[in-house]
Design a protein around this ligand. Structure first.
Ligand SMILES: [Zn+2]
Length: 375
């Protein structure tokens, strides 16, 4: 992965240059480059390195030599993208699904159909596809490919990866949507990076994810980052999980709408923003409090992980630019001095494509880790 990324980012590049940049031995570089050439990802060019010393053949990469399939599944939508080695989507398709179709068997059939249709429509041979990455909301056992629990889809212990695998005949990796989203956002097209990126998402749910040096941090059970149920007030409001004062009881969509409902019925957070912008002080107060707790969440994540980048995203932030500014403005009241200036708070760059791109990247990572062999 590291060497492929080196060639991708610095192409065309010599083996000696890769050895210098990675500090790996010439023997290791030779062997790995040999494998990459054998798999058709890397090719020797007819250019040679210039400068002193023996002239060396330069290596280049064919970014569309293989494609990863990235899939986002949510309550009523499926998004599929074919992603190249530069992290670009070369073809994509979306389809809305109803509750009935959102069952594992039928959904796997839909995904398989969409992948084959995309390949045909764009004249791409499915033999180029190295695997399928799927991001979905819920508690996911990624190692087993099992959706342990997803409230959004109403699933429990579904071995979804193997169901899709059986339909498509391609390796399938299943993971939590925020984890793959963080992976997609962490490197903006690059296959690996050295940073520590945290992502915080606020919308219908509240969660976070962490990517350390290009790898998703999973914790013991792949549920690291579920900050929605971290306690911010032991005497606070009752949460759906049965505890009191969870973070999400202050900032999730439903919490804000319930609060608003005590004054007048409001059907969406966007409507609440409109009311605020029309001068309704009570609407401002609800949003302002949510932004305060979002700043608290950022501060807690900073104290826990010391990331260099925090991506603040989710519908609450992405659909309402003033929310990002408000949270950002409140941070100075919460960030402890030693952390001041140690991180950058950013918006999502990939937007609605981030889960697709991240899922595609995850399956690429895992396939390359195993040497692309089909066993
Ligand atoms: Zn809770």
């Amino acid at each position: 992965m590291l060497i492929l990324e080196m060639i991708r980012a610095h192409r065309p590049v010599s083996r000696a240059e890769i050895a210098k940049r990675t500090r790996m031995s010439a023997t290791s570089i030779g062997r790995i480059v040999g494998d990459l050439i054998e798999f058709g990802l890397v090719k020797e060019t007819d250019q040679f390195s210039s400068g002193v010393g023996r002239k060396a053949t330069l290596l280049d990469i064919d970014v569309q030599s293989i494609l990863s399939v990235g899939v986002e599944v949510d309550r009523n939508i499926v998004l599929i993208g074919l992603v190249d080695l530069d992290g670009n989507i070369v073809a994509e398709q979306r389809r809305t699904i109803d509750r009935q179709l959102a069952q594992p068997e039928s959904l796997a059939g839909i995904i398989a159909d969409m992948v084959m249709q995309l390949a045909e429509a764009h004249g791409l041979s499915p033999s180029k596809f190295i695997g399928v990455g799927i991001g979905m909301p819920g508690i996911i056992d990624s190692a087993e490919g099992t959706a342990v629990f997803s409230a959004q889809l109403g699933w429990k212990n579904e071995r979804f990866a193997s169901i899709v695998e059986a339909k498509l005949g391609l390796p399938v990796v299943l993971d939590n949507d925020l984890k793959v989203k963080a992976l997609g956002e962490s490197s903006e097209g690059a296959m690996s990076d050295q940073g520590k990126t945290a992502l915080i998402s606020i919308g219908s749910g509240v969660g976070s994810a962490l990517v350390v040096e290009g790898k998703i941090y999973r914790g013991a059970n792949n549920i690291a980052g579920e900050i929605g149920h971290s306690t911010v007030d032991p005497n606070g409001k009752l949460c759906e999980c049965g505890k009191r004062g969870c973070l999400q009881t202050y900032i999730a969509d439903l919490a804000m709408l319930q609060e608003a409902g005590q004054i007048k019925p409001v059907s969406s957070v966007n409507e609440l923003f409109s009311l605020m912008n029309a001068g309704e002080a009570w609407a401002f107060n609800i949003i302002d409090r949510a932004c305060t707790y979002a700043a608290v969440a950022v501060s807690n994540v900073v104290c826990t992980y010391n990331p260099d980048v925090i991506i603040l995203t989710g519908d609450f932030i992405d659909s309402n630019p003033e929310a990002f500014d408000a949270v950002s403005g409140k941070l100075k009241d919460f960030i402890w001095e030693p952390f001041a200036g140690t991180f950058e708070l950013k918006r999502s760059k990939l937007g609605k494509k981030s889960v697709m791109i991240g899922a595609a990247k995850l399956v690429l990572q895992q396939r390359l880790d195993r040497g692309l062999r089909n066993d």
